[in-house]
Design a protein around this ligand. Structure first.
Ligand code: ACO
Length: 403
């Protein structure tokens, strides 16, 4: 007979917190976030100041190394990244194996993981500080080339090799949009908006993809393998896939005649699983501080580029609904960063299916910083428990005796 009391004794007391809404998985000195007050700081610096005054690479340095770099440190960091933007020609060949309609996130996660094969020493659990720094530089450098090539590959366009004379964001835009027959003209407004977008996405403490990077990394998996797992988590529509879904939702509303109220009602209908994409946030329950900055950047880009986009009118109507409708007010549901980022990406010519790739490009320094912190703190392997709810014990029944 089964001794249930003994079994329960062995299991002990387990805390159940589905979705980890109030469970801390680690101590971290990287990002401070106060969802009630709408505060986000990287290493103590307010996101508003960084978005206004800094560049993406400077913020990457800050997140990864814990301090704002001196000019010499920044020059060295940026110079090293520029030096490593080329990928092995065999990485290039892997593109040929993917169907031309493959989602860019599938290619991105595969190719980032493939770096483990090109740099096999990266899997060692005993890397020196210098070896870790080299992997950091390689990853920061090569992800922009790989990301731009996923787009070129999908379009059937010739691939552009990186240019060492351009800064990080300009080089990415060049690799995305230049043709051998027509050179892409770098626009400073677009470069500045891209810097802002990447900065705003650079870290967000223990979100789903970052927790994935730390959990995978806690098994001593390589930086490339851990980040590749994070990319897959980010691809989920409830996480990084949301900005693509925002644009698709706006297009669907437009196709449906532009009646935003109908779609707002649909989102409120509890019989309908539809939710307004780009609205609500697990942590920010009053407002998303990033959304404020990005809304301003979206207005600037659209006016600087002279874009009059009917999807923006739909977006503004939805934003109004969220701010004035009791359903959204009572539940503290506000437009989040994804709501506006999709509009900027669209304005600067980045296609919808690349939106999550752009998020990954921005989030990379955060993933790296969190992976590095976890390693430096020698955190134990992550291994959550469960409360078992299945059959306690039963005897095997032969197939001829089963009903
Ligand atoms: N549209 C309509 N109703 C919503 C929405 C929405 N976008 N978001 C939440 N609600 C409602 C829920 O139906 C629920 O209603 P109820 O109390 O009547 O049951 C209530 O608000 C609370 O919702 P939860 O899902 O419990 O909130 P949670 O904090 O767990 O979820 C989440 C946050 C997943 C972001 C949710 O708001 C959502 O699905 N939003 C749409 C997807 C999205 O934009 N994701 C991007 C997240 S941000 C990022 O990853 C950078």
């Amino acid at each position: 007979a089964i001794d249930i009391a003994k079994l329960r004794e062995q299991t002990g007391y387990i805390t159940i917190d589905s979705g980890y809404k109030n469970t801390g998985a680690t101590k971290s000195a990287i990002t401070f976030l106060d969802g009630e007050e709408g505060i986000l700081r990287y290493r103590g610096y307010p996101i508003e100041q960084l978005a206004e005054k800094s560049t993406f690479l400077e913020v990457a340095y800050l997140l990864i190394y814990g301090k704002l770099p001196t000019q010499a440190e920044l020059d060295n960091f940026a110079g090293q990244i520029t030096k490593h933007t080329l990928v092995h020609e065999d990485v290039r060949k892997i593109f040929d194996g993917f169907p031309s309609a493959a989602h860019p996130m599938a290619i991105l996660s595969s190719l980032i993981c493939s770096l483990t094969a090109f740099y096999p020493e990266s899997v060692s659990p005993d890397l020196s500080k210098e070896e870790i720094d080299l992997n950091v530089i390689r990853l920061m450098a090569k992800i922009s080339t790989i990301a731009a090539w996923t787009y070129k590959n999908n379009m059937g366009h010739p691939l552009n090799y990186p240019r060492n004379d351009l800064d990080y964001c300009s080089n990415f835009l060049y690799m995305m949009f230049s043709f051998p027959t027509e050179k892409y003209a770098i626009n400073p407004t677009v470069v500045s908006a891209l810097n802002k977008l990447l900065i705003l996405h650079a870290d967000h403490e223990q979100n789903c993809s970052t927790s994935t990077v730390r959990l995978v990394g806690s098994a001593n998996a390589s930086l490339y393998g851990s980040v590749s797992a994070g990319i897959n988590a980010l691809w989920g529509p409830l996480h990084g896939g949301a900005n693509q879904e925002v644009l698709e939702m706006l297009q669907a509303i437009q196709k449906d005649g532009g009646n935003t109220q109908k779609w707002v009602d649909k989102a409120k209908d509890k019989e309908d699983s539809f939710r307004l994409m780009g609205f609500g946030h697990r942590v920010y329950k009053n407002f998303d501080p990033r959304a404020k900055i990005i809304k301003k950047a979206a207005d600037e880009v659209l006016s600087a580029l002279g874009i009059d986009d009917p999807l923006l009118t739909i977006a503004q109507e939805l934003e109004q609904a969220a701010l004035t409708d009791d359903y959204f007010i009572k539940r503290n549901i506000y437009p989040n960063v994804d709501f506006y980022s999709g509009i900027i990406y669209r304005a600067i010519g980045i296609p919808t299916e690349m939106f999550t790739v752009m998020f990954a490009l921005g989030r990379l320094p955060g993933w790296i910083a969190q992976w590095k912190e976890m390693r430096e703190n020698k955190e134990p392997i992550g291994r959550p428990r469960q409360v078992y709810t299945g059959e306690l014990e039963r005897d095997y029944v032969g197939i001829d005796q089963r009903s």
